[in-house]
Design a protein around this ligand. Structure first.
Ligand code: HEC
Length: 122
C-alpha cells in the first residue's frame, strides 16, 4: 500500500514538470493552486486569504469593466513581475520564477474567459 502511494506521488510530481503547452484544465489547476486563495475559485476576488485587513482587494476577474482596462500584455506583466511592477500593491506577488511561460499565457487566457471580455487592445 505504502509503495502504491509513493508511486502515485511520483507520477503527480513528474506530470507537473512536463513542459507542454498548458491546456485549459491544466490552467484551471494552476489557477486553483496559485491564485484562488486570493482571487477566489471563480475569480471574484473573494478567496479565503482575503480578510478585512487586506489593504486592497484582489482584482475581481469577473468584472469586464475592470478587466477591459488592461491589455493582455498588462496581465502578463503583472503576473510575471507582481503588483509593484505596475505601481500596484505588493499584495499581488510576482510569479515569473514559479510558473512557466506557457502557464502564464494559459492564465491570461483563463482570465479572459472569467471576465468574458477581450481586454484593452493595443
Ligand atoms: C496573496 C494574494 C494574491 C495571490 C496569491 C494572487 N494575487 Fe493577483 N492580486 C492580488 C491583489 C491584492 C491585487 C490587487 C492589486 C492592486 O490593485 O493594487 C491583485 C491583482 C491582480 C491582477 C490585476 C492587476 C492590475 O493591473 O489591475 C491580476 C491580473 C492578477 N492579480 C493575477 C493573478 C494571478 C494570475 C495569480 C495566480 C498566479 C494571482 N494574481 C495571485 C493578490 C493576489
Amino acid at each position: 500500500m505504502k509503495k502504491l502511494i509513493k508511486i502515485s506521488v511520483l507520477a503527480v510530481l513528474a506530470s507537473t514538470f512536463v513542459m507542454a503547452p498548458a491546456t485549459a484544465s491544466e490552467t484551471e489547476k494552476v489557477f486553483k493552486f496559485y491564485c484562488a486563495q486570493c482571487h477566489g475559485l471563480t475569480g471574484k476576488g473573494d478567496g479565503p486569504n482575503v480578510t478585512k485587513d487586506f489593504p486592497v482587494s484582489p482584482r475581481n476577474f469577473t468584472s469586464a469593466a475592470e478587466m477591459d482596462k488592461l491589455t493582455d500584455a498588462d496581465l502578463k506583466n503583472v503576473i510575471l513581475d507582481g503588483g509593484p511592477s505596475v505601481s500596484k500593491s505588493p499584495m499581488m506577488p510576482p510569479w515569473g520564477k514559479t510558473l512557466t511561460p506557457e502557464q502564464v499565457d494559459g492564465l491570461v487566457k483563463h482570465l479572459r474567459v472569467l471576465c468574458k471580455c477581450k481586454g484593452k487592445q493595443g
